[in-house]
Design a binder for this molecule. Structure first.
Ligand code: AMP
Ligand code: MG
Length: 331
């Protein structure tokens, strides 16, 4: 595994001597860990079925769970998917950014069935993180990229998280520092003219509904290829090694505390470890630090992580979605 450390504040980072090697690795079907504004992605050429198969293998991800393809622009996205007026409106409002759109796949799109899990729809995103956009543009290929962690485990927001989890499977890791949003993209499906929220994420439901002028509907079961479980059940995901409980009212000396806001709960000062997601109670800050918080508390060795209540509006909806999945019974 080779490392490319990118300083995005230098104007010519794209001309670094590592760049051609990273592009060549992707074009040859290799796996490259690439930061975006959401989390670090495990990227491969989405048009190369074998390369996408390596993603599933490295993560231990079930192959029925389709991948998001990252493209440099809306224009490129329209090569692969059919955008109706509402989908276009969302793309124009939020791209580049942490919004994924699931739309009908164009027959002419070269994105592999391995990436879409054989569906007739395709998940597309133009990320704000410039490294993924640059690599997609330079290689001329859409890049399939789920989070660069073992399936079901905590998502990575630092290059070192990726190296710890998946280093051996990778050709390159691109390190551009911490991810600014820190939580995965919001996924909206617009397949039959009706916008549906498939996963809460880095753009809030409220911001999307403002642009649409209508409410987002819930996902219909046939649009949840990743969730064959019974409705209302949260499949275990984003799980630390410790067990996680929600809505903590107090905390014991052997537990770790994932806190939020300025008010300490009883026992907080004696907890084995504490990580405050946002002492000011700011939901964007909490989203950005959520996965580091879980990783840090897990490393404390506590058997139980107790998470304080977090309100469910704005980015709180995505944070609570991740926490509920991390707290779900393990397989
Ligand atoms: P991630 O696990 O962050 O890579 O996000 C991938 C998720 O996108 C999957 O688990 C699905 O929920 C969703 N997804 C990707 N492609 C599709 C699709 N064609 N139809 C519906 N959902 C999709
Ligand atoms: Mg993931």
């Amino acid at each position: 595994m080779q490392l490319w450390t990118v300083n995005l504040n230098t104007p010519d980072w794209q001309n670094a001597p590592e760049a051609p090697g990273v592009c060549a690795a992707l074009s040859a079907g290799g796996l490259v860990a690439v930061p975006t504004e959401t989390v670090y992605g495990l990227a491969a050429d989405a048009t190369n079925g074998k390369a996408c198969a390596k993603i599933f293998e490295a993560k231990g991800r079930p192959q029925f769970n389709p991948l998001i393809s990252h493209v440099p622009s809306l224009e490129e996205a329209r090569v692969h998917g059919r955008f109706d007026a509402l989908a276009l409106r969302l793309a124009e409002a939020f791209w580049p950014g942490p919004l994924t759109l699931v739309v009908p796949k164009n027959e002419a799109s070269p994105i592999s069935d391995m990436a879409t899990a054989g569906l007739t729809t395709v998940a597309l995103r133009v990320p704000a993180g410039p490294v993924m956009r640059f690599l997609a543009e330079r290689t001329g290929r859409p890049l399939a990229a789920p989070s660069a962690n073992l399936s079901g485990k905590i998502s990575p927001t630092l290059a070192k998280d990726v190296i710890d989890d998946l280093g051996a499977a990778l050709s390159f890791v691109v390190d551009a520092g911490p991810c600014t949003v820190g939580i995965e993209s919001t996924i909206v499906g617009i397949v039959d003219g009706t916008p549906r929220l498939l996963r809460p994420g880095g753009i809030s439901r409220e911001d999307i509904e403002d642009v649409l002028g209508t409410k987002l509907l819930a996902a219909s079961p046939d649009m949840r290829p990743d969730a064959p479980a019974a409705p209302g059940m949260f499949a275990s995901h984003y799980a630390p090694n410790a067990s996680l409980t929600l809505n903590a009212q107090e905390v014991g000396p052997e537990d770790a505390l994932l806190s939020f806001g300025p008010e300490p709960i009883p026992g907080a000062e004696h907890a084995q470890a504490e990580f405050n997601l946002s002492p000011d109670g700011d939901l964007a800050e909490a989203a950005a630090s959520l996965f580091q918080g879980l990783r840090t508390l897990d490393a404390s060795g506590a058997g139980i992580i107790r998470a304080q209540f977090i309100p469910s509006f704005g980015l709180g909806e995505a944070i609570n979605d991740r926490l509920k999945r991390a707290a779900a019974p393990r397989p």
